[in-house]
Design a protein around this ligand. Structure first.
Ligand code: KG4
Ligand code: ZN
Length: 350
């Protein structure tokens, strides 16, 4: 079980963080890596005392996607209000907080800077430790919120930028079993959504449309790879484009729902097949879904069906699948890949 000593910035007092600290850890966290400005307060890594998210969707709809400079400016405008609301919702004051945390990467650098500097400023002003958090680990930690989940387990991390099968051996140790060699699942969803003509944010809109279509209308290809646990979605994207171009010529109206359903069937069955094989391969039995795409209806359905075969399945509540700050606080507490120095800087890629 993890515990780690952090130091306060002004008086250099030692503060223990983690399950073995011997007292309640109330962690205030900020997330600003992409297009949500979020703050949350979480007790002992699991109990959410407040969770505030300001989404930039309305702004980015206009541009059909996230424009980094626009995103950073929006974070700047929202951050103080979001922080104030997080304290208010939890009915807590800065002096009640054990440590302040913020995402330091990977993500959009300008956006990350806003959240990280707000987190550091709060920590200095209140003489509390600052904990820098890796966004990817935090997505996995979203599964600790309001559950009793403990490692070991196998995680499928599917977000806008990443697709990985991860063996989480214990609180601190992980191994990547497989990952995408090109597009991330969320990226493929967003691109194909755009090809069909769906508005931003593409993934969730494609998911909704797919539920009204025939998943077996069109057969799309699956990549064959050297490491059977790796993924590739660029071929699927090209095949989807070619299918859409052909259907546009043949039809007056594009059968959008059938294309969306066929794409979703292809992606969800590939994810299921590979993760199941990876899990069987290491004799594991618990599977954890993580990342924005873990909100997908068909992926959730297929994986939760594995419960009938004796697997234990976890997926975060919908609001903790996409970017939020509660998962950042949980990751800070369970110490997965955290960075504790005030000199830590933001980073865009792993
Ligand atoms: O984890 P996340 O909020 O941000 C990143 O860290 O990337 O994931 C965002 C991604 C986007 O690509 C979005 O389209 C996708 O998750 N997404 C979905 C769904 N909800 C969000 N993809 C498919 N089905 C959904 N229901
Ligand atoms: Zn994310």
């Amino acid at each position: 079980m993890p515990v780690k000593e952090f130091r306060t910035p002004i008086t250099d007092k030692p503060i223990l963080i983690g399950t073995e600290s011997g007292y309640d850890n109330i962690i205030f966290a900020i997330e600003s890596s992409c297009d949500e400005t979020a703050a949350a307060i979480v007790k002992n890594g699991r109990e959410v005392l407040s969770n505030v998210v300001a989404s930039q969707i309305k702004t980015h709809i206009e541009f059909g996607g996230v424009v980094p400079e626009v995103a950073a400016r929006e974070h700047l405008e929202a951050i103080n209000l979001v922080i104030a609301q997080a304290f208010e919702q939890a009915n807590l004051k800065p002096e009640d907080i054990t440590a302040f945390a913020a995402t330091v990467g990977p993500g959009l650098v300008g956006s990350l800077l806003v959240g990280m500097n707000a987190g550091k400023a709060l920590a200095v002003a209140n003489d509390k430790p600052f904990i820098g958090v890796n966004h990817l680990n935090a997505h996995v930690c979203a599964n600790y919120l309001n559950t009793n989940l403990e490692p070991p387990f196998v995680a499928l991390l599917v977000s806008g930028g990443h697709t990985q099968i991860i063996e989480v051996k214990n609180w601190l140790e992980q191994r990547i079993i497989g990952e995408t060699i090109d597009d991330a699942v969320g990226e493929a969803y967003d691109k194909v959504a755009r090809l069909i003509g769906l508005p931003y944010p593409g993934g969730v809109n494609l998911d909704k449309l797919a539920q009204t279509g025939n998943p077996f209308a069109y057969k799309l290809p699956e990549a064959k790879l050297q490491n059977e646990f790796d993924f590739s979605f660029s071929g699927l994207k090209t095949a989807s484009l070619q299918l859409i171009q052909r259907l546009k010529k043949e039809n007056e109206e594009l059968p959008k729902a059938d294309i969306a359903a066929s794409f979703q069937e292809n992606v969800s069955s590939t994810l299921l097949k590979k993760v199941k094989k990876a899990v069987d391969n290491i004799n594991a039995s618990t599977i954890v879904l993580a990342g924005g795409v873990a909100a997908n209806s068909e992926i959730r359905k297929k994986f939760f069906n594995l419960q009938n075969e004796g697997y234990k399945i976890y997926a975060p509540e919908m609001k903790y699948c996409t970017d939020n700050a509660s998962m950042i606080a949980s990751s800070a507490y369970f110490l997965a890949n955290t960075m504790d120095s005030f000199s830590i800087e933001v980073f865009s890629r792993m």
